[in-house]
Design a binder for this molecule. Structure first.
Ligand SMILES: Cc1cc2nc3c(=O)[nH]c(=O)nc-3n(C[C@H](O)[C@H](O)[C@H](O)COP(=O)(O)OP(=O)(O)OC[C@H]3O[C@@H](n4cnc5c(N)ncnc54)[C@H](O)[C@@H]3O)c2cc1C
Length: 376
């Protein structure tokens, strides 16, 4: 049996590891070929990308060699981009013109940054969504002329925007330079995806006390060279603009020849994480739309990993002709949980609507280092 896992981020790595573990237990590991495909050579620990700006971590520390990882778990790694899938013939087609047959397929292709079609936004913004983007953002900051007044605009005050603002403070402290940092948010408060205001108020106070100016209820209309125009007609000068607002489904999903079930563009999955109506195709992580009883799985590392594990188990169960296990989301849109860094080596943990400040930063860093040990 051949399982192809497209995308080797948090979800994909978990699928492959779990399949490998379970196939060894069956003592018939030769029966199962695990093929991991990713357009990148390295797994990226995205939660630590903002730390690249302040220099707290190096790119090597927060990324891991996928080839080595795959060989350690007896999987094959192919560095290529999947461009299409023939669900009838059960083959995956890649940019480098490979055509690889599969028995089971797992989509774990994550999400992409969206600029909401705002004129000038994509061309002129930096982003930390990819490691390459985070390094380019840091390089742009390094190149600024600090004898002049500098203005940095961070667009989007979700988890990433707040963390980027905090790391920018640390960057300028380290450089002994000054700059005006703006954090721009469309909604009336920072961290709008977190249902209670306690964490938003705490984070807003912490970063504004550190010098960040927060502009809420503020929508970007256009980005021109060094000027942002807002929908109310006001303008803001910037030297560097960092876009941290919004994600959209992977463009591969738009390109697929055969129509597959989607919800708001994401791959709709059944209670067992199979793409709706398909018995041999699963989806996990950011790319999967899982909803049960009105509760939707969040797009975060915890859900990607838990879904990855369950999809692998259900693949093995399908092979054995056993009843599949249902997925239960824990870190949901309705009840999210997360560590949020605020700069100055401080963080807050949000869990069950409550905030925990003591040791939050240390725990966050411990989780990061422990995860990355898998790739050393
Ligand atoms: C800056 C940032 C900070 C974040 N901070 C946090 C945080 O603090 N806590 C948290 O829980 N979550 C955080 N997240 C979200 C978290 O990183 C994602 O939810 C998680 O990575 C989802 O895992 P995934 O496997 O679905 O996708 P990913 O980890 O993104 O992996 C997708 C993989 O698919 C590959 N791929 C995509 N398309 C193709 C293709 N066509 N062919 C081959 N390969 C392809 C990509 O190269 C990538 O390696 C953050 C995200 C970002 C961008």
């Amino acid at each position: 049996m051949k399982v192809i896992v497209i995308g080797s981020g948090f979800g994909g790595v978990e699928v492959a590891s779990e399949l490998s573990k379970r196939s060894k237990l069956r003592k018939r590991s030769k029966d199962l070929d695990i093929i991991m495909i990713d357009r990148r050579m390295r797994l990226e620990y995205q939660a630590a990308h903002p730390d690249i700006l302040s220099g707290k971590v190096t790119p090597e520390e927060i990324s891991g060699d996928l080839n080595n990882f795959a060989s350690r778990i007896n999987a094959e790694f192919i560095n290529d981009t999947v461009v299409n899938i023939d669900f009838e013939a059960k083959t995956v087609k890649t940019k480098e013109e490979r055509e690889i047959p599969y028995d089971f397929l797992v989509f774990s292709i994550g999400a992409e940054q969206t600029f909401f079609g705002i004129p000038g936004a994509e061309e002129r913004s930096y982003s930390v969504n990819t490691l390459k983007g985070a390094i380019e953002t840091k390089n742009a900051l390094d190149k600024l002329d600090y004898s002049k007044k500098i203005s940095i605009a961070v667009i989007g005050a979700g988890l990433t925007g707040v963390e980027v603002a905090g790391e920018l403070i640390d960057y300028f402290k380290g450089k002994k330079a000054s700059a005006k940092i703006y954090l721009v948010e469309l909604m009336p408060r920072v961290l709008p995806a977190f249902p209670t205001e306690n964490v938003a108020n705490y984070a807003a106070k912490f970063i504004s006390d550190s010098g960040v100016e927060i502009l809420t209820d503020t929508a970007v209309q256009e980005v021109s060279e060094h000027e942002i125009t807002f929908t109310d007609g006001t303008e803001l000068h910037y030297d560097v603009i960092i876009w941290t607002a919004g994600i959209k489904p992977n463009s591969l999903l738009e390109n697929l020849e055969l129509g597959i079930p989607k919800e708001k563009g994401w791959l709709k999955v059944d209670p067992y994480l199979r793409v709706d109506g398909m018995k041999d195709v699963f989806a996990v992580g950011d790319t999967a739309y899982f909803e049960s009883g009105g509760v939707r799985s969040g797009q975060n590392v915890e859900e990607a990993e838990r879904q990855g594990k369950l999809a692998a188990k259900n693949i093995i169960r399908t092979m054995k002709g056993k009843k599949l296990n249902r997925y239960r989301a824990k870190n949901t849109i309705q009840n999210p949980r997360a560590f949020i860094s605020l700069g100055s080596n401080k963080a807050v943990m949000y869990f069950g609507g409550m905030m925990f400040k003591v040791f939050a930063y240390r725990v966050k860093k411990f989780v990061e280092r422990r995860y990355m040990r898998r790739f050393r």
